[in-house]
Design a protein around this ligand. Structure first.
Ligand code: ATP
Length: 288
């Protein structure tokens, strides 16, 4: 299952204990899982980037991916909506979304990406008006309802409407960084996704803009499943319900570095009483 302890992570647990079960990616057996990830591995060309990831991600909760640079957080996130297809990545194992294998050849990647939206580290509005940024996806999908209402509703949900309602024709690029990121989230939710993937959405923002995005994440989770990659452990502790800690292993201390899931559990548990020494070391700043 790929969750053997890393060199740093051996806590001497007895297999089959509750802690072992939790570390094996199943912290809540009764979980209503939107994603079920089974023995997932990803190669870029011939290089193995992450291996043997198994975990289930709960619906309408926030799940954070944390871990040192290069451990595969973004790689795994991009697998969840097949964005990795665009990067010459080969995905092994199984990834079920609502019980359906999204890597089945009959599944259309474009439809996966519509239902599972993504927000990136650097706000990336289109060089279009604020209105058109939000209206772009629905128009592309042949939305036949009231587009003005949809744009207003999407901007209201990200708490941007009041700031932009009098300048909807202005360029999205003319907004502040924090506003641009909220615009990108509005653009993502305008096509009615089920899931929002966020890859370090606050790393380019100042603390006030960051707090607004964190507040927004908290509100959005009543309607969406959110998976967030963050380097900021306080942020993971503040916004997420579940946390997955990944690390990098070099077999025998040498050879290629490969990302692995070390521990996955409720966020309160990960940050107060993790089962693995490697998790403890990372969250307390002792390595990574
Ligand atoms: N497009 C790509 N092509 C080739 N290798 C890649 C690509 N993207 C990532 N990798 C490699 O895959 C491994 C995992 O990278 P990834 O970016 O997923 O890690 P990460 O944990 O998100 O890192 P960071 O926190 O620095 O963003 C690394 O060894 C990286 O070099």
């Amino acid at each position: 299952m790929g969750l053997e302890p890393t060199d740093e992570a051996d806590t001497g647990e007895t297999p089959g204990t509750e802690a072992e079960e939790r570390a094996a990616g199943d912290p809540e057996p009764e979980m209503d899982a939107v994603f079920e990830i089974e023995d997932l591995s990803v190669h870029y060309g011939t290089t193995l980037a992450v291996r043997d990831i198994s975990m289930r991600i709960p619906r309408k909760r926030v799940t954070a991916f944390i871990g040192p640079s290069g451990c595969g957080k973004s790689t795994l996130l991009r697998c969840l909506n097949r964005t990795n297809d665009l990067l010459d990545a080969t995905v092994g194992g199984r990834l079920l979304y609502n019980g359906e294998d999204i890597y089945d050849p009959r599944v259309e990647a474009a439809e996966v990406r519509r239902r599972i939206g993504m927000v990136f580290q650097k706000p990336n509005p289109f060089p279009k008006s604020i209105y058109d940024n939000v209206a772009f996806g629905p128009r592309l999908n042949g939305f036949s309802g009231n587009l003005d209402e949809l744009v207003e509703e999407s901007l209201t949900r990200v708490a941007l409407w009041n700031e932009v309602k009098d300048k909807l024709d202005d360029s999205g690029l003319a907004l502040s960084g924090g506003q641009q990121q909220r615009l990108c989230i509005a653009r993502a939710i305008a096509v009615s996704p089920d899931v929002l993937l966020m890859d370090e959405p606050c790393s380019a923002l100042d603390p006030i803009a960051t707090q607004r995005i964190e507040d927004l994440i908290d509100r959005l989770k009543t309607d969406y499943t959110i998976v967030i990659v963050t380097h900021n452990m306080q942020q993971a502790a503040r916004v997420s319900d579940m946390t997955a800690f990944f690390s990098v292993r070099m077999d025998g201390g040498k050879g290629p570095r490969v990302g692995e899931l070390v521990e996955y559990d409720r966020t309160t548990k990960i940050f107060s009483n993790p089962s693995r020494q490697a998790t403890e070391d990372y969250i307390s700043g002792r390595f990574g």
